[in-house]
Design a protein around this ligand. Sequence first.
Ligand SMILES: Nc1ncnc2c1ncn2[C@@H]1O[C@H](COP(=O)(O)OP(=O)(O)OP(=O)(O)O)[C@@H](O)[C@H]1O
Length: 375
Amino acid sequence: MSTDASSTSVRTEVDTPVFSVAGLWKVFGPKAERVPADPELAALSAAELRERTGCTAAIRDVGFDVRKGEVFVIMGLSGSGKSTLVRCLTRLIEPTAGTLAIDGEDVRAMDKARLRELRRHRAAMVFQHFGLLPHRTVLDNVAYGLEIQGVGRAERRERAAAFVAKVGLEGMEQRRPAQLSGGQRQRVGLARALAVDPEVLLFDEPFSALDPLIRRDMQEEVVRLHREEGRTMVFVTHDLSEALKLGDRIALMRDGRLVQLGTPEEIVGSPADDYVRAFVRDVPREQVVTVRTAMRAASAEETADGPALPPDATVAEAIEAVARTGSPARVMDEGRCLGVVDHDRLLRVVAGTEQGPGRRAPEAGQRPERHDKAA
Ligand SMILES: Nc1ncnc2c1ncn2[C@@H]1O[C@H](COP(=O)(O)OP(=O)(O)OP(=O)(O)O)[C@@H](O)[C@H]1O
């Protein structure tokens, strides 16, 4: 999504944040509120803070917007504050300080009824431990959220059946959770969250208990659902490759702080500090750098011929196209040729020796748009 300040009205609508978070803190421990309020305490390291106050700052002064329709990934190592952060969004964990809004509405000011409504209708959570009801069938588990919403039996079963099919479990409606594999159970959890048609889906490390092949299936399922429905998603993971695969943007957390927020290409191409650099060192650049970044100006001859790729295609995809046809690939946007990528450009990205935007910190408005991560 564009961050261009001179946005058109369409862009303004697209840019309306679903969640807006600013100066958010979550401190566990005695008299937690004094920590964000006192600059001296707020500046202490985790160990010093614990020693001085007995408190743990799980989230420290974090701010970001989640834009409509994006997959927003919160990533970091164990203990960096990811789960706490995603739970703060619907106040499953109560923030200590800061502001938090959904569609412009102050979440911290919501009363119990409004919060319940928020969690049931607007922001549904998919947990790692799927929380299925063991004595209910797949269909009834998926219908459960609708039952809570007061939807009548016939309608909820019909809607639940459609979502069971949507996540690829057709024919298993009458099974119980114990009769399913881990991946199938996770699909039931996903269908249950989808069935209530929330504005935003929150995932807390939903796939970390799954074996790698099933995990990849589920990631593809999320990409597919996102492509089909365009639903906003906030996805917590400690796995960098999962983050790069799913995220339109990634918020990288360390010790409760947000150390970098950007597209996968920005995070890999322009790490904010040595910590992020070390984190992304082994990522194959061709899988995240886009042709928009790698391209050069095209000659008149080159604009007329050659394979065509959208600007957000990865260099890996371009390598395939160029290898197949033997000629430079054109980067096309709405029928216009923006530039070309040839052997030389592509090899430079793989070797990590290219000059240009991928090596600079992208400025606002220059961010590559990523529509179709699975392509
Ligand atoms: N209820 C609690 N009381 C005290 N400290 C807590 C509590 N919950 C979390 N913490 C601490 O807050 C920090 C962040 O925890 P959190 O669970 O959010 O991390 P995480 O990044 O999700 O980790 P993981 O990937 O291991 O789940 C950790 O230091 C943790 O020990």
